[in-house]
Design a protein around this ligand. Structure first.
Ligand code: BG6
Length: 479
């Protein structure tokens, strides 16, 4: 059934976060050290340092996050006040298996999520859970080299099976790997570490080959999780999660068009495999030429077929634009080749702002995969100012979200896309993944904490809180 806006009446409005960016409590309840726990604070244009273990005296913003671990009851109550129908977060793998390779799970970690999901249900909020959101156990990184090892498939599947069984009646919507396709940019240490636990030197000659092999193990692990999840509870809806950044050609020049097409192939084959159950022909041809994915078995191919996702989960923040180069006949693409789009403005962090790109993305994904979709991240990172009376006026955030929601509604009504939910990113201020900053804020709820870790952690409502409350109440009719 649809409503005035054209959205379905059970549309899943909510918000999204990830365990490592807000929970804090990095050593509470027997939690182990994760990849995110060895990342220092960076800044705009200053990359986060990945240290060799936790080093005393360095600033690791994820260790304390915004202490959602201690505040989740209060925070979920605020989400309920906004009218959330769902809440997307992740399970920190290291709360359940502190090292990643144990046989028995950590009961205190399981109990934390039991309580948190119960609190959501108390308010009629459906948890939407990502299994792996940049939080690989650090022990697996050190001992096994992250996803470069096939053994990690078993550890991940054991973890997924454990939480599927435990939360069988509490969680219906799942996603496997967050933004699994970020690692396409294999020259970026942060993206390799967060996606695959691959710690490399920037100019490591093997980086590209390693990434493709690791990514293969991940898509196999993702398919196995989907398959096992459906056996545990046939009502589970298990999606993938990709970063959707459509890549436009700069001009109508055939070289630009071809470059954009090849770039899309390099970034989105992950979703092809996860939703079709096999590699696209263009990637098989690429592997034949490069030899980059030597370890693929007949059994892997069978698993991929049997574990296709139920829906496409994706983040959308911006589009990218590329230009074909005469000296790049193979149309190699890493992700760093993006050029400025003369038609778009950018955020303070240089992310292009392109609401129509969201409509374009929904169309592209619908045409290609023809599955239900959920927009599980979208939003504007911006600095907020707290006025003397404590109020926070954030019209820029409202403008950004309004423009994107309006394009999303057009895609549903005019293009017929099958959209089941929308969870804007960082519904409560949290640690930025890319920079480790607190000052890059996305929330409807302000958290008093600065980049150095000072602050009361008090929560307060921004203007956007009341605006989003109205949007949800009218199911998107009043923007
Ligand atoms: C996505 C991630 O890449 O974008 C989130 O899934 C992240 O974890 C979000 O926080 C926004 O990026 P950033 O760098 O502004 O935090």
């Amino acid at each position: 059934m649809t409503t005035k806006s054209g959205l379905r009446s059970d549309f899943l409005w909510g918000g999204a976060v990830a365990a490592h960016q807000l929970e804090g409590g990095w050593q509470e309840g027997g939690k182990g050290v994760s990849m995110a726990d060895v990342m220092t604070a960076g800044a705009n244009g200053v990359p986060r340092e990945i240290t060799d273990g936790v080093i005393a005296g360095k600033n690791y913003p994820n260790h304390d996050g915004i202490d959602f671990y201690g505040h989740y009851k209060e925070d979920i109550k605020l989400f309920a006040e906004m009218g959330f129908k769902c809440f997307r977060t992740s399970i920190a793998w290291t709360r359940i298996f502190p090292n990643g390779d144990e046989t028995e799970p950590n009961e205190a970690g399981l109990k934390f999520y039991d309580d948190m999901f119960d609190t959501c249900h108390q308010y009629g909020i459906e948890p939407v859970i990502t299994l792996a959101h940049f939080e690989m156990p650090y022990h697996l990184v050190k001992e096994y080299g992250g996803w470069r090892s096939r053994k990690v498939i078993d550890f991940f599947v054991h973890y997924a099976t454990t939480v599927f069984k435990r939360y069988k009646n509490k969680v219906k919507y799942w996603m496997t790997f967050n933004e699994i396709n970020n690692q396409t940019t294999y020259t970026n240490q942060f993206l390799m570490a967060t996606d695959s636990g691959l710690v490399l030197k920037p100019d490591d000659p093997d980086a590209e080959a390693l990434m493709y092999q690791a990514a293969h193990y991940e898509v196999v692990a993702s398919a196995l999780a989907v398959k096992i999840g459906h056996e545990i509870n046939p009502d589970f809806k298990i999606g993938n999660m990709i970063n959707m950044t459509p890549i436009y050609p700069l001009t109508a020049k055939p070289q630009d068009i071809m470059q954009a097409e090849k770039a899309m192939q390099r970034r989105y084959w992950f979703a092809d495999v996860q939703s079709w159950g096999y590699y696209p022909r263009n990637m098989e041809a690429f592997f034949k030429q490069t030899g980059f994915r030597p370890d693929i078995t007949a059994e892997d191919r069978q698993v991929l077929k049997e574990g296709t996702v139920d829906y496409i989960g994706f983040s959308y923040y911006n589009s990218n634009t590329v230009e074909g180069k005469a000296d790049n006949p193979s149309y190699h693409f890493v992700g760093t080749e993006a050029v400025d789009n003369p038609y778009l403005k950018t955020s303070e962090w240089d992310w292009p702002i392109d609401p129509e790109g969201l409509r374009y993305s929904l169309n592209w994904l619908q045409d290609r995969y023809n599955k239900p979709m959920m927009i599980v991240e979208n939003g504007l990172g911006a600095r907020d100012k707290v006025e003397a009376d404590g109020s926070i006026h954030d019209p820029y955030r409202i403008d950004y979200l309004r423009a994107h929601i309006s394009e999303m509604i057009k895609a549903v009504n005019e293009d017929g896309v099958d959209l089941i939910g929308y969870t804007p990113w960082g519904c409560i201020d949290l640690v930025s993944a890319g920079t480790g900053q607190m000052s890059k804020r996305y929330g409807f709820i302000y958290v008093d904490k600065d980049d150095e870790g000072n602050g009361t952690l008090d929560r307060s409502k921004k203007d956007s809180f009341y605006w989003y409350q109205k949007v949800i109440k009218t199911n998107g009719a009043d923007l």
